[in-house]
Design a binder for this molecule. Structure first.
Ligand SMILES: *[C@@H]1O[C@H](CO)[C@@H](O)[C@H](O)[C@H]1NC(C)=O
Ligand SMILES: *[C@@H]1O[C@H](CO)[C@@H](O)[C@H](O)[C@H]1NC(C)=O
Ligand SMILES: *[C@@H]1O[C@H](CO)[C@@H](O)[C@H](O)[C@H]1NC(C)=O
Ligand SMILES: *[C@@H]1O[C@H](CO)[C@@H](O)[C@H](O)[C@H]1NC(C)=O
Length: 319
């Protein structure tokens, strides 16, 4: 637990530097509320663009880069990202091509269609080198990220670059105008975003919340989606989105003849918030994943039909 405290302390001073010189409202404004409009509050002191904030996590069973030491944390999901949706639930991506560090932009245009602005692949120094150059706060965060922000099928640093350039650039409170030019030259904006993403993640121990309800990884027993949802909703304070991949239930032997075509392998959990003040202040108010009427899961609903698989032997880092 100590390491989380250290991390927040190290970054708190930098966040304040970033906001120095702007006037602060007496009470932090809640994103997506009537007051969170440009003109009523500055875009650095409240989230005025992507006010529906998602803290997203993966459950992977292997990384594909085990031979290079890229291993999964024991008894923990991994961080995927911190995302800005519009208040109405739609979203956009790659909002600042001056801060494009993603070597494999996906999609490769801002809209994902040929009509969008092309997002050029990045080939400069990897973002981990920016963090390493930031002294102790950067190196502390980097060590944490290599343990808990672990990618599947690509080096960790590429996932981090992707999350920053695709998503962080679409928050108003991580915009260049919220940082000094010195901070921008040193890439402190990346440190502040990565640190905020870590901060939200640290308060969402999905593995522990599930384990407390005896929902633990198993290659022999499936679980029921509703049980997963209620275990997490009770702790978070609102129902998260549960994402599954893998075969559709109606295409598995167990689901033959069923009309339930949900997917069967648990892979993601997305927690939704509105946030008080800057996103990086970490003051989230949980909201339901279907706050805008969307779906809360892509998984199969049938009893005991969701697989929460055990990790592949050798894919976990031993403490
Ligand atoms: C959702 O909000 C965004 C930002 O205000 C807007 O651009 C978009 O058109 C809205 N989408 C819908 C479906 O209303
Ligand atoms: C994006 O990818 C598609 C599919 O691979 C390709 O046809 C297209 O030329 C690419 N566009 C850009 C701008 O790179
Ligand atoms: C399963 O559902 C999918 C999606 O609705 C459908 O395309 C597919 O034909 C179904 N498969 C079977 C075997 O019923
Ligand atoms: C459990 O099953 C998953 C999915 O097939 C596989 O990736 C993993 O290696 C298995 N783990 C063990 C311990 O058998």
């Amino acid at each position: 637990m100590t390491r989380f405290g250290l991390l927040s302390l190290a970054v708190a001073s930098l966040v304040q530097t970033g906001l120095a010189g702007k006037c602060h409202p007496s009470k932090p404004v809640l994103s997506c509320s009537a007051g969170a409009q440009p003109g009523l509050v500055t875009s650095c002191e409240a989230e005025t663009f992507g006010g529906l904030v998602l803290s997203t996590q993966f459950w992977d069973t292997y990384t594909g880069l085990e031979s290079e030491g890229q291993l999964l944390p024991e008894k923990s999901f991994t961080l995927h990202g911190l995302w800005p949706d519009f208040c109405n639930g739609s979203w956009t991506q790659y909002c600042d091509l001056n801060r494009q560090y993603d070597p494999h932009p996906s999609p490769n245009t801002t809209t994902g269609t040929p009509a969008g602005t092309p997002v050029p692949p990045y080939s400069g120094p990897t973002v981990d080198t920016f963090l390493a150059a930031l002294g102790r706060p950067g190196r502390t965060l980097l060590a944490w990220m290599n343990k808990l922000w672990v990618a599947h099928g690509q080096p960790n640093t590429e996932l981090w670059a992707h999350e920053f350039s695709k998503h962080a650039t679409c928050f108003s409170t991580f915009a260049p105008s919220c940082f000094s030019s010195e901070d921008l030259n040193q890439h402190t904006d990346l440190l502040v975003y990565f640190s905020a993403a870590a901060d939200y993640f640290n308060r969402l121990p999905t593995y522990d919340w599930l384990a407390a309800q005896s929902i633990t990884p198993s290659n022999t027993t499936g679980y029921t989606l509703a049980d997963i949802q209620s275990a997490l909703a009770a702790r978070h304070g609102a129902t998260p989105y549960i994402g599954c991949s893998g075969p559709r239930y109606n295409e598995t032997a167990a689901g033959q003849g069923s009309l339930d075509n949900g997917r069967t392998v648990l892979t993601e959990v997305w927690y939704y918030y509105h946030v008080y003040g800057p996103v990086q202040a970490g003051k989230g108010k949980p909201v339901e994943a279907d706050v805008n009427g969307g779906s809360t899961s892509s998984c199969v609903k049938a009893d005991m039909a969701v697989w929460y698989y055990e990790r592949t032997p050798g894919s976990e880092r031993r403490a």
